[in-house]
Design a protein around this ligand. Sequence first.
Ligand code: CTP
Length: 409
Amino acid sequence: MTKIALFEDKRIILGVCGSIAVYKAVDLASKLRQAGAQLDIIMTEAAQRFVSPLSFQAVSGGPVYSDMWRAEASGGLPSHIAHIALAEAADLLVIAPATANTLAKLAGGFADDLLSVTALAANCKLLIAPAMDGGMLEHPATQANLETLRRRGAHIIEPESGRLASGLIGSGRLPETPTLLGHIRRVMGLDGELSGHKLVVTAGGTREALDPVRYLSNRSSGKQGFAIAQAAIDAGAEVVLISAADLPPPVGASLARVDSAESMRAAVLEHISQSSALIMAAAVADYRPRDVAKQKIKKSDASLSLPLERSPDILMVVKAQREQTGYPMIAVGFAAESENLVENASGKLRKKGLDLLVANDISASDAGFAVDTNRVVVLDMDGGLHRIDLTSKAAIGAYIIERVGGLLA
Ligand code: CTP
């Protein structure tokens, strides 16, 4: 787990209740710490029946609080009164898993243990991940409590469906760590610098059908586009991710799955109206089979020629639309080059009317397609050139979003 810039200097309270799903919260605490968050853990009495505080202490590297009657706070907090100190210091209060009992306490404003009294004292955002047996979740009392909390501005993570501890199949499972982390990022980012902006991001290599079972494509994995979408969510943007890749989307992105250049063109045109920025990270096929066979092509001769035709250049279509409507306000393109990187890239920047162009050298094996790292040159319309040496696609995504933020400001 690498550091997440969003968590730098941020203090998160993880409230843990007595549910069988507590073991997942141990993993969440570990990942949050690895990602760079400073953690304060509050366990309810019931939570300690499932997992020892020592487990949380070991993975979080910080104190575990549980006793409302112990006055002194530690962990570098200013006040000696634990719930006040914790509440004032927190940037986010996450309760995962949240039991029906704790939901009822929060909805009713009860304050009879350290978690509920801290929740009452805290002014930060509240993110709740309920986990319980299906019948308890569906009970009108639980649903009414969730509704009350939602109305008050709490963010609720929908429990997942599947096998419950009781052996029943139903809704009530605590999502796995990556999903919980995704929700934490989304909520922490809400007031970020791109808050109120809609960003459209494309990702992956398009697939151009030859017949019902075959297609022409390229080696793009979609990882860079997905990392950009995640960085945009971290910055508070509303994100539409138009993807030809089969990766799990970041929590909070609205996903439009496409396959061909034509379907990507249609999706881009549908979503760019009123958008602040379009970031075309997708590797779009330049050519597609002229004729798509209705039946599977059978082998016959020793060789086979397939006539290809040009597919739409999406950024050129967007350029024309932008001149008429003003949207997207900012357009960012990518250039995949195997020679004359900067020269070819600056030609594309001008031709496609882009504000920024991210050029990568696809001939290097540690950068570009499929791997988790990249090395790019970012060009802008004023002739500026910024080289980023080998780093994670997440870091490059964050840089691109920062530049887009700068242009929009
Ligand atoms: N692009 C596009 N539509 C296409 C091809 C590319 O919108 N049919 C976009 C890509 O998403 C990328 C940028 O244009 O943001 C440059 O893509 P690239 O493949 O590097 O360049 P091409 O314009 O296709 O030119 P060439 O392949 O000849 O280098």
